[in-house]
Design a protein around this ligand. Structure first.
Ligand code: MN
Length: 440
């Protein structure tokens, strides 16, 4: 459990003036890490920290000197343009560097003159994945999503009996994970309607998004040595937004008996900025189970997890059609939900993943599963919002959607806010749909 300290003080301000805007995702209390370079350049990727509408270039910052021996050692791998070696240093280095950067970027800092020259406007950069993604696992912690999706097919029996006991997941595909802003090609796949005698190969007609969070592992575990729940969060480096693009028609035909395959392996988009557990610390909330639900088995339970293992993170999805983009209309919000409604906590996912001896590695990514809210209109996918494609959504400009059309852009956003804490955000996780290409 991470205690709040001076870096969380909501009164703390930065000499980077845009960081003090109450609407900024990146105040001095956040300080997420990302990998960037000047847009359109062929320069080597470098690691930066977001502050207001700027990026602090950590290579340039290290070259300015004056960091002291310990902080210089933390900055060294970052100055090389790699986040992974720093992630593997563990929570101590991450916390220490946060404190150092909060001082250096704080109002009245004597480092201001030196660091001013290390700022790059976010509007002038492009992003890479924050690190090489090792293995990728996608969970299914959104009970409202799981219930709604199964209801579409089994109204009488909305949840499988294992759901309240097992953090359900599947092993996904890391090679097709891309960063915010990368276009997504509509995939081909086998489609078979209920009245078709045989399947055919065609572009998916039911392309969908899934609103998720992604958790990056900082330090792994040895094979055969499970991570106890009390230790689990120490292995978690940070959090990103994650869109698990899904081809629902391909999924419906292929998923039994071994689960999703090509319906989900063509693209997964994540946001560029990795928000640390320290930045999320003020937004911890108790993990509670409804009275009619079973309590977690002992290996998934701890006093700390019950007291503050869940997080209050507001999540939302926006859609912008090609016509909206041409008219200069921004993304229209489709829904909002909250990660506090997740059926399992991050610590429980890490512990369950390793309980059989599976080894997690630095740079592994765990997806949360689609985070739908309990209410109507809170579906984290179009499958839910359009009730399986039966009920089109009407947009403000009169266009309708059941699933995504070519040219559509999906943007995920998230933020945390509560009285007594500074609001922080996650930036954006956007991708737009390109037309399918049929093989020659
Ligand atoms: Mn998913």
């Amino acid at each position: 459990m991470i205690a709040l300290d001076a870096t969380h003080d909501p009164a703390r301000r930065s000499w980077v003036e845009t960081a003090n805007d109450p609407a900024s995702d990146f105040p001095i209390q956040n300080l997420p890490f990302g990998r960037f370079r000047p847009a359109g350049s062929a320069q080597p990727w470098r690691i930066g920290a977001a502050i207001g509408d700027q990026v602090l270039d950590l290579r340039l910052a290290r070259e300015q000197g004056g960091w002291g021996r310990v902080a210089s050692a933390w900055l060294e791998p970052l100055a090389e343009g790699e986040l992974a070696p720093f992630m593997a240093l563990g929570a101590g280095a991450r916390r220490g560097l946060r404190a150092v950067l909060a001082m250096a970027l704080g109002e009245g800092s004597e480092r201001r003159a030196a660091l001013q020259a290390c700022l790059v406007p976010q509007a002038a950069v492009e992003y890479a994945l924050p690190c090489r993604i090792g293995d990728y696992t996608d969970f299914y912690t959104g009970i409202h999503h799981a219930t709604a999706v199964r209801k579409l097919f089994r109204p009488d029996n909305p949840l499988l009996p294992n759901y309240p006991w097992v953090p359900i997941g599947y092993h996904g595909r890391a090679s097709s994970i891309v960063v915010d802003g990368t276009p997504v090609r509509r995939p081909l796949g086998q489609l078979k309607g209920p009245d078709d005698a045989v399947p055919r190969l065609a572009p998916t007609q039911r392309l969908d998004h899934e609103l998720e969070l992604g958790f990056l592992i900082g330090t792994g575990n040895a094979q055969g040595e499970p991570i106890a729940i009390g230790e689990a969060e120490a292995h978690w480096f940070g959090t990103v937004l994650l869109n698990d693009w899904s081809a629902r028609d391909v999924q419906a035909w292929e998923y039994q008996p071994l689960g999703p395959f090509l319906s989900k392996n063509f693209a997964t988009t994540i946001s560029p900025w990795v928000v640390t557990p320290e930045a999320l610390a003020p937004f911890r909330v108790p993990f509670e189970r409804a009275a009619d639900q079973p309590q977690p088995l002992p290996y998934l339970d701890s006093p700390a997890n019950r007291a503050g293992g869940a997080f209050d993170i507001v999540l939302e999805v926006g859609l912008q059609t090609a016509a909206m983009r041409e008219a200069g209309v921004p993304h229209q919000r489709l829904m909002q939900s909250n990660f506090r409604d997740s059926y399992w906590t991050i610590a429980q996912l890490i512990t369950h993943h390793t309980i059989g001896g599976c080894n997690l590695g630095s740079g592994d990514l765990l997806g949360s599963g689609t985070q739908s809210g309990p209410g109507a209109g809170q579906g984290g996918s179009l499958l839910e919002l359009s009730e399986g494609g039966r009920k089109p959504i009407t947009l403000a400009n009169g266009e309708t959607r059941t699933f995504l059309l070519d040219g559509d852009s999906i943007e995920l956003r998230a933020h945390c806010a509560r009285p007594g804490a500074r609001r922080i955000g996650f930036g954006r996780c956007e991708g737009h749909v390109l037309a399918a290409v049929m093989p020659a």
